[in-house]
Every structure is written in structure tokens, then in C-alpha cells.
Design a protein around this ligand. Sequence first.
Ligand code: DAH
Length: 340
Amino acid sequence: MLETLNKIRTQVVSDLETVQSTAELEALQVKALGKKGELTALLKSLGKLPQEERPAMGAAINEARKALQERIDLRAQELKRKERDEALRREAIDVTEPRKLPEIGTAHPITIVMNEMIECFTGMGFEVLQGSEVELEYYNFELMNIPKNHPARDAQDTLYIDDNIVLRTHTSPMQARVMLARKPPIRIVCPGRVYRADELDASHSPVFHQMEGLVVDEHISMADLRGTLDAFAKHIYGADVNIRFRPSFFPFTEPSAEVDLTCSNCKGTGCKVCKGTGWIEILGSGMVNPKVLDMCGIDSQKYSGFAFGIGLDRIAMGRFAIPDMRLLFEGDARLLSQLR
Ligand code: DAH
């Protein structure tokens, strides 16, 4: 029996060297020392020995169990340490590895241009207001002195929601809303989207952007309009650009003028972009029609005003050399990534 015990002992000791994981070690422990293990079996067979040999043999088995348990515990510690080290190595994070930078967005060209204009006009004391894109026909047309049968109301141009409600065709209705709500002095700009029943092509879009301007006070003259727009043009395009006024007609201004800007492409010498003229049309303007002032509750005997409506899309296209209007509205991230 002593021989068997020694065999078991040597076997366990040599097995201990070969186990490579805590799971294997546990299996070994069960096999050697468990309830149904080899040493327990040996203890149970003590009865087969002669009475006088039993105490010594029992003590030997217990001593072996204790010694083996200690070795197993030691090995368990070793294996645990080894497994933890391996896990740490596996899960290690290389903090020196260069990280992938997230893509950072850019403002849309329209937004860039709009923000610059806002900065320019607020610098001149204008307040920024935003109107509603869904507008009553009454403000969009009637109060802007565009009567019922005026061609500008043609269903071809205007997107109607119902008989009285339209998608605003210009930002000008904000003039009426502000004049009806406030007393002069008024000095506001209103940027935003406007809508017309146009097909989308390289130079038209059913949705585009304008910035309305309105100044109403005593003694406002065409010279104030010109000075304001000249300061605006030089702020946005630089000191070497000029503006020119061309007589025009709008129902809500009298007199009216269309305003051209030195072509940013050829600096005025004439090119494809400006069709050889050296000028690019950027806005409509004029002195607020006294009829409009009166309709909006402002005494046209006492007050006068000027107004302008700037088209932002064409300006953004010129500024960023964007050849096709559709690029402004298709949301292709590759366009924006070029502006970074
Ligand atoms: N509302 C005009 C348009 O959409 C632009 C415009 C012209 C606005 C003259 C004005 C103005 O305020 O005075 O074409």
C-alpha cells in the first residue's frame, strides 16, 4: 500500500509540472485528492490492512494529502499569475498608436456667406430677424403691392399651400410684418429660404435663399441705400470692388434699382461668368414704395425707407467657384470637404 501511495504521489508531482491552466489543475486535484480521488480510495482500503499497520499508513496518507495540497496550491498561484499576465498582454492598449481623427464637418457655402453678411449688417446696426417660410398670401403679395392679377402671382411661379397660404416667394413679406409690428426707426435684415415653382437645373432651384434688408426712418434717401450696399460689398468682397445701380421695377419699391457687383472672376474686365460685362447682378433694391409704408401703418409723409433683397445662392456660387446650383442642394459631402 505504501508503494501505491508513493506512486500516486510521484505521479501527481510530475503531472503538476505539465498542467498548463487552472482548469487542468482543478481536474488533477479532483482526481488525486477529491472525494472519489485516489487518496480517498486508499484511505477507504485501510481496513484491509492488519490492525497494527493501519495508524502508520493512515498518517502517511494524510501527510501525503497535506504535502500534495500545498504543492497544488503553489502551482495554482503560479498558473493564476501566468494567466493574468497573458490576459494583460492580450488586452493591452497601445497609447502611442496614432488615433484616427473623426471627420470634422464644414458649414455649407450658403451658411458661410449668410453668416458673413449677418456679421457685416449687424456691424452697421441692423437687427437679424427670421420669418416663416410658410406665409400668408396677404403678406407675400398684397402688402407688397402685388395685386391679385399681377403676373408675379402666376401659379407657375408660386407654390400654393391653399388659396390664402403660400410658400413665400421672397423674403420681402418680412418688411410688412416688421412695419406692422414696430415703429421707426427700423433697421433689419431677414435671411432665409424662399420657394418658387422652378425646375431644378444648373442655375435654378425651387428653393433658394435671400436676405431681405429694410431701413425706415425720417430722411432716409437713396444715398443711404447706396452707401449701405457699397459698405456691404466692400466688406464681403474687398475694397477693390464696386457696385453699380441699374434702374428697375419692383411693385414694393419706387424708385427701384438692380445692383451689380464687380465680377469676382475677372475683376471687371469681362469673362464667361459675367457674360463679358464685368458685372454680376446680386440684388434688387429701392426706396420703399410710399403705398407700402401706408398699407403697413407707417406715415409716408413723415417717414421714408429703403429695402433690398440679396440672392445668396448666386453669391455663394461665385465665391466658391461652384459651377452648378444643384451642388448647393444635393448635400454631397465631397463638396463640403473641399471647403475645409
Ligand atoms: N423680392 C424681390 C425678389 O424676390 C427682391 C427685392 C427687390 C427685394 C427689391 C427688395 C427690393 O427688398 O427692394 O426678386
